[in-house]
Write a protein that binds this ligand. Structure first.
Ligand SMILES: [Zn+2]
Length: 467
């Protein structure tokens, strides 16, 4: 069996994956900050993490998957400046920060369901781990890593020997990114807040008592704390978008390794951005903000078409968003459902030859485009229909395109034509026989809005699900 090789941001190369305590794999994914809808760029990170998780499961591992939900402490500027995104969201919508969190957690989970993403073993909310975050900060304080300035307790990054080991950037570059002018009290530009104080004379919606005063935890403390707490002994893989490398993940590592004196996660995997035409990164503000609902579902495309579009691009390559691209992905997926529907219902044997090729693709740093190509090869192969079906079902454990469900749905539409659709169709037949083509066209439009098309052939017309 080909070994699973993954690109590790820490070493900047492909490595054979070895969990610390097989068959269990501990896996942490940086989750959403729940102050707004997730956009397609955010969702790409979760499709990638899901593909990785399914690949691990397919390789026989047991996956313990933790995903955090940031419901406090993520500031509008990732480097500890600006306002808390949750409080900004609350003000925008005239609700409490807690209501905002609940609402956007619900929509986020709905997006993951629509994309057939397996839920994590556990979701953890930052606000549910305040005590543990304070405890970790206390350890860091005892070890001398923290200092106090007027707006909070900060981590002294100069005390960490290999602060840039994840980013591989010269410290000068990291400093530029940290923009010290926003907080001249910091000792070093890359220092970051571990605990922020509530502003004097101002009551925050989310604040807690701590040994240092009322306030809230810094964003990077949250993921370090929850990883150490929930994945002890299984700190294998940590994932996120490439935008997390230089600040968020770098600071998670700095805190966790300073506190424990041990290596934090062994494998760090990062997905590239989804870009709008012209190479601009999709962001949560402005015209570039596209949700799954608005950009895919409302256009009449299957939500899984977005998953398909993501799988067409390797996770480390930037993905280009376009409506035409999504329309093509939707068409390709519907074609797959129709083709698979013609294979019948009998499930045979998984082809060992194609399984090997499929494994080679996914185990080569999650090469999803090649995995899709193997799927198409199976469809065009000399295998019997029942063996094709078995092989395709097997691959879909990793692809997650709901190939069985989708083709079943197509078959149901084909065989259980609703009476009102049949009646429209009959009416159209009569209109055509009477050469009333205007009415026939109008009826075709009505059929289309009911989800059916008409194919006119020399031998007669027939109804087909628009799928
Ligand atoms: Zn995180």
């Amino acid at each position: 069996m080909p070994k699973l090789r993954l690109h590790n941001t820490l070493s900047q190369r492909l490595e054979v994956f070895e969990p610390q305590r097989p068959p269990v794999v501990g896996f942490y994914t940086c989750g959403p900050t729940v102050y707004n809808y997730a956009h397609l760029g955010n969702l790409r990170a979760y499709v990638f993490a899901d593909f990785l998780k399914r690949t691990l499961l397919y390789n026989g591992y047991e996956v313990k998957h933790i995903m955090n939900i940031t419901d406090v402490g993520h500031l509008t500027d990732d480097a500890d400046a600006g306002e808390d995104k949750m409080e900004v969201g609350a003000e925008r919508e005239g609700k409490s920060a807690w209501e905002i969190a609940d609402f956007y957690i619900k929509t986020f989970k709905g997006d993951l369901r629509a994309l057939n993403i397996i839920p994590p073993t556990k979701y953890c909310r930052a606000t549910e781990y305040i005590k543990e975050q304070i405890e970790l900060a206390q350890i860091l304080e005892e070890k001398g890593y923290l200092y106090r300035i007027s707006d909070g307790l900060y981590f002294d990054t100069s005390l960490v020997p290999h602060y840039n080991k994840l980013s591989h950037l010269p410290l000068e570059k990291l400093k530029e990114g940290a923009r010290i002018e926003k907080n001249p009290e910091k000792r070093h530009p890359t220092d970051f807040a571990v605990w922020k104080f509530s502003p004097l004379g101002q009551k925050r919606q989310m604040e807690w008592d701590s040994p240092w005063g009322k306030g809230f935890p810094g964003w990077h403390l949250e993921c370090a704390t929850m990883s150490l707490k929930l994945l002890a002994g299984h700190l294998d893989i940590h994932t996120g978008g490439v935008d997390h490398i230089n600040v968020h993940h770098t600071n998670e590592i700095a805190q966790a390794e300073a506190a424990t004196g041990q290596t934090f996660f062994h494998y760090w995997l990062h997905n590239a951005f989804l870009n709008i035409a012209g190479g601009k990164k999709m962001a949560k503000s402005g015209a570039n903000f596209l949700t799954l609902q608005a950009a895919v579902i409302d256009k009449g495309w299957l939500p899984l078409a977005y998953r398909y579009a993501c799988l067409e691009v390797h996770y480390r390559k930037p993905m280009e968003y376009s409506q035409a691209g999504l329309a093509a992905a939707d068409k390709a997926l519907r074609w797959l459902y129709r083709e698979i529907a013609t294979l019948g219902q009998v499930v045979g044997q998984v082809s060992p030859l194609f399984k090997e090729k499929f494994l080679e693709a996914i185990n080569d740093d999650l090469n999803s485009p090649r995995a899709l190509a193997v799927l198409f090869k199976v469809l065009n192969s000399q295998l019997s229909n029942k063996d094709k079906l078995a092989t395709i079902k097997d691959f879909d454990e990793v692809l997650g395109l709901d190939l069985s469900g989708g083709s079943q749905h197509y078959l149901e539409m084909l065989t259980n034509i609703p009476p009102e659709v049949q009646a429209l169709f009959n009416k159209r037949q009569t209109a055509r026989e009477n050469h009333n083509f205007q009415l026939a066209d109008e009826l075709r439009r009505q059929l289309a809005s009911a989800g059916y098309g008409v194919e006119d052939e020399p031998g007669g017309s027939r109804l087909v699900p628009l799928f």
